[in-house]
Design a protein around this ligand. Structure first.
Ligand code: ADP
Length: 358
């Protein structure tokens, strides 16, 4: 039985939202039974799931988006609170979880070249951050990585295809020193860089003979703000060593690999290996989420590169938002149910929020 949260403003808890993709042509014809499986109640932020022939259970989420929800509304409900945290010095993570084909990339990564209304969370987050950056001494840098079979590839420099993660033993700070970092000037610049990343992702996956849905795409946005505490004199406040104080934070936006269970009984060795790695990272993410939900002091982030990368950006002082996506088809009963249960476990996480300063 999931716990209800009356305090929607509790900033420490992980936000969990659910979105249903609009029906495609085939589903319009053949999937009349979806409402028997899932009933959305967006006004009361609930989703009713039929468990078997006899009973259904109602689950509470932070937001419930029907197939008519706009990208703007989804951004505001899912991502904006995290982006605001990042602008105030907290790390943050926004993740999309769900079966392949349910709208993760549309929600998170859509560039919206021809129609700005279609822009997804990555573009809108940068837009918000850049608006703030222009008015203050803020610098914005990004890197864009793909994690495939426990190997980190640089989507902005495809020749870098086995980058390692560095974890600072003292501060716990996670970094990927080998990754290309691009200083972003304005939104047009970001759109270009994101497009380069998308093109490289497609090329890399074609070369490896795999689908984008088999890898995680991770956009990291580094925000650095020079602290100007002595506003009256206009001098920048100095740290111990006479270096201007800088508040650093980062935002991770993650388009996770498809969560569907892959049939391992096939004979294609490569696909079996691939499935093992996806299961490893998503299972490990699930374990971390469960540990956080239970208030455990030990969060098992070591098991996969995905959770190692997320280590300092979820739990603790970081703000986290998860959007789970489901398809509008009764055919995927098992996958839809498992996605909803994943989201429900995450709903229970309560984090301490504390301001991070360097
Ligand atoms: P995933 O990343 O989960 O595999 P996609 O984002 O690629 O799924 O979505 C599958 C298809 O459905 C794409 O063609 C995408 O453009 C379309 N789609 C997904 N969500 C929406 C939406 N909310 N509105 C319109 N089209 C959508």
């Amino acid at each position: 039985q999931s716990k209800d949260f009356d305090d929607d403003n509790d900033p420490g808890r992980v936000r969990v939202s659910v979105r249903v993709r609009p029906r495609n042509g085939e589903e319009l014809i053949s999937d009349a039974d979806f409402s028997d499986l899932v009933e959305l109640q967006p006004e009361i932020k609930r989703l009713k799931l039929r468990k078997n022939n006899w009973n259904s259970e109602s689950y509470r989420f932070d937001e419930v988006f029907t197939d008519t929800a706009s990208q703007k509304r989804v951004y505001e409900g899912v991502a904006k609170p995290v982006v605001e945290g990042v602008l105030n010095g907290y790390n943050g993570t926004i993740m999309a979880y769900g079966q392949t084909g349910t709208g993760k990339t549309y929600t998170v990564g859509k560039i919206g070249k021809d129609d700005a209304a279609e822009r997804g969370i990555m573009v809108r987050a940068l837009e918000d951050i850049l608006v703030n950056a222009s008015s203050a001494s803020v610098s914005v840098e990004i890197s864009y990585l793909q994690l495939y079979m426990e190997t980190i590839q640089d989507l902005l420099a495809p020749e870098k295809n086995n980058i390692s993660i560095n974890e600072d033993a003292k501060t716990g700070e996670v970094s990927v020193p080998g990754a290309t970092v691009v200083h972003i000037q304005d939104l047009d610049h970001f759109l270009q860089v994101l497009q380069v990343g998308e093109t490289n992702r497609h090329a890399a996956n074609t070369k490896m003979n795999t689908e984008s849905s088999r890898s995680h795409a991770i956009l990291t946005v580094h925000v650095r703000r020079a602290m100007n505490e002595k506003a009256e004199t206009g001098t920048k406040s100095l740290g111990d060593k006479g270096i201007p104080k800088v508040r650093k934070s980062k935002l991770l936006i993650v388009d996770l690999a498809g969560s569907e269970r892959i049939n391992k009984s096939g004979t294609d060795g490569h696909l079996i290996e691939e499935a093992k790695f996806i299961n490893l990272s998503l299972t490990s993410l699930g374990k971390c989420i469960n540990a956080l939900a239970e208030g455990s002091s030990h969060i098992p982030t070591r098991d996969s590169k995905l959770t190692r990368l997320l280590r300092d950006s979820f739990g603790g002082s970081a703000r986290t938002s998860l959007i789970i996506t489901i398809g509008p088809s009764a055919r995927y009963h098992a996958e839809t149910t498992s996605t909803i249960m994943f989201g429900q476990r995450a709903m229970k996480i309560v984090n301490m929020v504390k301001l991070k300063e360097e």
